[in-house]
Design a protein around this ligand. Structure first.
Ligand SMILES: Nc1ncnc2c1ncn2[C@@H]1O[C@H](COP(=O)(O)OP(=O)(O)OP(=O)(O)O)[C@@H](O)[C@H]1O
Ligand SMILES: [Mg+2]
Length: 235
C-alpha cells in the first residue's frame, strides 16, 4: 500500500487561554492518499480554515499527530525546523482569489516559487510552460496577468500551486466566485492534475455545484470530522 499524503490523528487546536479559550479542532482524524481529491465541508465556524492552516503549517496545532508523505511534521511540537521551506516546497495553496503578482508575466508567476526554492531558472520555466499547457493557458504564457480573464487567472494560480511538485495542495473555496460551468471546469482540472501528478488535494467548499463531484468528503462540525462517501458524479 502507498504511504498516505496526509495523515492526521487526534489533531487539536485551541485558540487563546482560560475563559477566552476556543477549541476549534477537537481531535481530527484524516487520511488522504496520493492522487485523491477530497472535499472538506462544514458550517461557518466549524474549523475548516483552522484545519487548513494547521495542514499548511501556518498555525501550530495544540496536540495530536500530523504526517505529510510519511514524514512526521507535528507530534505535540513541530518536528521540522524550517517551516517556511516546508510550506514553499511541499504544500501548494489555491485561494478563492488568484493572488497573482501583477508585474510578472504568466510564466514567471508560475516559475517564481521553484526559482526561490533554488531550482535552475530554465528548468523552472520549462515546468511552468508544461503546466500552462496542461491547464490550457499556454497561449497566454507571455501575457501580463491583468490581461487574463478571471477563469484564466484561476488556472494560472492552479499551475502555480503545482509548480513545486508539492505532494499536497490545499484549496480554500477555489470555485466560490465562478459560475457553474467554470466551477466544474476548475474541479475537473484539479482531478486531472491529482491523477497526472499523484497529488493529494483538499478542497474546502460550500459550493453546492461541486460537492456532488467528490468521491470522499470529510464533514466537519464543531471541531470534529466524520468521513462520508461522496456521489463521485462524473464531471
Ligand atoms: N485567531 C483566532 N482566535 C480565536 N478564535 C478563533 C481564531 N480563528 C478562528 N477562531 C474560532 O475557531 C472556530 C473555527 O474557526 P474557523 O475559521 O476555522 O471556521 P471555518 O469553518 O473556517 O468557518 P467559515 O466557514 O466561516 O470560514 C470559530 O469558533 C472561530 O471563532
Ligand atoms: Mg473559513
Amino acid at each position: 500500500m502507498d504511504t498516505p499524503a496526509i495523515k492526521l490523528t487526534g489533531l487539536k487546536k485551541r485558540y487563546g487561554t482560560g475563559d477566552a479559550a476556543v477549541d476549534a479542532l477537537k481531535g481530527v482524524d484524516m487520511t488522504i492518499w496520493p492522487g485523491e481529491v477530497v472535499g472538506l465541508v462544514g458550517p461557518s465556524g466549524s474549523g475548516k480554515s483552522t484545519l487548513l492552516k494547521c495542514l499548511g503549517a501556518v498555525i501550530e496545532p495544540t496536540a495530536g499527530h500530523m504526517e505529510l508523505a510519511g514524514e512526521v511534521i507535528y507530534d505535540g511540537v513541530w518536528k521540522i525546523s524550517d517551516l517556511r521551506a516546508l510550506r514553499r516546497d511541499r504544500i501548494g495553496f489555491v485561494f478563492q482569489a488568484p493572488y497573482l503578482i501583477p508585474f510578472l508575466d504568466v510564466t514567471d508567476n508560475v516559475a517564481l516559487l521553484p526559482m526561490l526554492a533554488g531550482r535552475d531558472n530554465a528548468a523552472a520555466r520549462k515546468r511552468a510552460l508544461d503546466l500552462l499547457t496542461a491547464l490550457d493557458v499556454r497561449h497566454r504564457a507571455g501575457a501580463q496577468v491583468s490581461q487574463l480573464s478571471g477563469g484564466e487567472q484561476q488556472r494560472v494560480a492552479i499551475a502555480r500551486s503545482l509548480a513545486n511538485h508539492a505532494p499536497v495542495i490545499l484549496a480554500d473555496e477555489p470555485t466560490a466566485p465562478l459560475d457553474s460551468e467554470r466551477a466544474l471546469a476548475v474541479v475537473r482540472i484539479l482531478n486531472d492534475m491529482a491523477q497526472q501528478y499523484n497529488t493529494a488535494i483538499i478542497v474546502v467548499t460550500h459550493d453546492e455545484k461541486i460537492i456532488p463531484t467528490f468521491k470522499r468528503i470529510y464533514h466537519i462540525r464543531d471541531g470534529k470530522t466524520h468521513e462520508e462517501a461522496g456521489e463521485g458524479r462524473p464531471i
